[in-house]
Design a protein around this ligand. Structure first.
Ligand SMILES: Cc1cc2nc3c(=O)[nH]c(=O)nc-3n(C[C@H](O)[C@H](O)[C@H](O)COP(=O)(O)OP(=O)(O)OC[C@H]3O[C@@H](n4cnc5c(N)ncnc54)[C@H](O)[C@@H]3O)c2cc1C
Length: 446
């Protein structure tokens, strides 16, 4: 069988099939499992990429029936049951399957305004985190070399779109970084004067949390110095600034900024759209694929869809749903092998958490609602529990303790590259053998 994607869903599925009487191939375009919930800590210099990711080959080495391969799935022939994958050097190879698990996740959506990606990286991959790190730290460095004035102010203004967990975490971290780690290191600029603007089309940040928790998050962000702009749509992104339009109508506003980070929306990765097309499966507006109760595609019991790509019962795009989906698909395959009937998938909601700043996080699990310090402790425990690899857990805890004690950020190195260069998030698929169906154009919401 072939599993496409080594994120939370694909990894848990492949692990559960370890030792089963089946040959498993796990294909991933990046060859490593990334712990996405801590990407923002990597982007803002607290953790290294090694601490939040692990080679899939190393992770699965003990399962002799599981092979990991590097390649981006680009096409599917459901009749021949064959996946075409592309290597980084643009050559292709094929993989035949009896069963297929699609766990390729979502990518950032610009709601039909792909041109924004050039100036506003999203936050989904290690490349994104390193690109953001380069932009953030380079912005302070560039400002240090400029005379006081509008140009310097624009480099010290940071715009974040999307008031969900990722946007909130990034905005809070940039202010914390400016007011703590960087505060006393510069001579010309005052990093703590950096402005962080957070835009969201809704009326609250972290709207998936209970209203009282969401209100506490807003207060904490404002205390940190994050400027909240709610009910506001970012309608244009350029090299030197953004345009923002009020949701209820009225005049647009321009903000001069050289750093824009985009966390506003998600959509299915290109290959998932291709799979839906060739299988004749229906999708929602973001490209999530409709599945039967056992997570297989209607009319194709041999193809499972798991994780963020599942379009059923409003299942949330969270790690827990992907992990449970991966275990479920593996259990269906084991049952098939044993000649037993498949069970239906039932998601168990174990709650959600969001980091806001040092000593402040939210945790919501059933009737339990925590904010502030207790929420922060719970958040830390949960993240350490699910981080892949014992070594990563130990080193992350050590780094966090050091960062708490000394407010330092030790992973600030970045690769060379212009701070205003174009991002190419899915380079390999840009020259794919198929044309993606044109996405409906939507107004830029939150
Ligand atoms: C910044 C951020 C913070 C988050 N914070 C939280 C949190 O605090 N708590 C929480 O529960 N959830 C959080 N999430 C959501 C959670 O990470 C996702 O729900 C989860 O990763 C989904 O798992 P998945 O297996 O469906 O996809 P992913 O984990 O996204 O994995 C998809 C994999 O598929 C690979 N891939 C993609 N296309 C192809 C292709 N064509 N061929 C081969 N491989 C391919 C990718 O390289 C990737 O490894 C966060 C997400 C982000 C981005």
């Amino acid at each position: 069988m072939v599993v496409i994607g080594g994120g939370f869903g694909g990894l848990f599925c492949a692990r559960r099939l370890g030792g089963a009487d089946v040959d498993v191939i796990l294909l991933d375009r990046a060859a490593s499992h990334v712990f996405q919930p801590l990407l923002y800590q990597c982007a803002t210099g607290t953790l290294s990429i090694g601490q939040i990711s692990r080679s899939l080959r190393e992770e699965l080495a003990r399962h002799r029936n599981v092979t990991t391969l590097l390649g981006e799935a680009v096409d599917l022939d459901p009749v021949a049951r064959r996946v075409t994958a592309r290597r980084p050097d643009d050559t292709t190879f094929t993989l035949d399957y009896d069963a297929l698990v699609l766990a390729a996740g979502m990518r950032q959506s610009y709601f039909g305004h792909e041109e924004f990606a050039k100036w506003a990286p999203g936050m989904k991959t290690l490349d994104d985190a390193l690109s953001i790190r380069r932009r953030l730290f380079a912005a302070f460095e560039i400002a240090e070399t400029l005379a006081p004035g509008p140009e310097r102010d624009a480099w010290l203004t940071f715009a974040v779109t999307g008031g969900g967990p990722t946007g909130v975490e990034l905005a809070g971290q940039i202010r914390e970084m400016a007011t703590n780690a960087l505060a006393h290191e510069f001579h010309s600029i005052q990093p703590e004067e950096a402005r962080v603007l957070l835009f969201d089309g809704g009326h609250s940040v972290l709207s998936s949390f209970a209203p009282a928790l969401s209100a506490k998050a807003a207060t904490t962000l404002q205390r940190l110095g994050v400027e909240l702009h709610l009910g506001a749509h970012v309608t244009d992104v350029r090299a030197h600034g953004i345009t923002v339009s009020p949701k209820g109508g009225g005049p647009s506003e321009e903000y001069a900024t050289r750093t824009v980070l985009w966390t506003a929306g998600v959509e299915a990765v290109p290959f998932a759209r291709r799979v839906a097309e060739v299988l004749g499966a229906s999708t929602d507006h973001s490209g999530r694929i409709a599945v039967d109760a056992d997570l297989s595609v209607p009319g194709h019991p041999e193809v499972f869809v798991i994780g963020d790509l599942v379009g059923r019962d409003n299942l949330p795009g969270v790690a827990e749903n992907a992990m449970q989906g991966g275990l479920h698909a593996a259990s269906c395959i084991r049952r098939d092998l044993a000649g037993r009937e498949r069970a239906d998938y039932h998601y168990r909601d174990l709650g959600s958490a969001a980091y806001i700043s040092r000593r402040h996080a939210l945790l919501q699990a059933g009737p339990v609602k925590l904010a502030g310090f207790l929420g922060w402790l719970a958040w830390g425990l949960i993240h350490i529990t699910f981080l892949t690899g014992v070594q990563n857990r130990i080193s992350t805890v050590a780094t966090w303790l050091a960062a708490i004690a000394r407010a330092r950020r030790t992973d600030r190195s970045f690769m060379l590259g212009g701070s205003a260069t174009e991002e190419q998030p899915y380079t390999w698929s840009a020259c794919g053998p198929f044309e993606l169906p044109a996405r409906e154009s939507r107004s830029v919401a939150d």
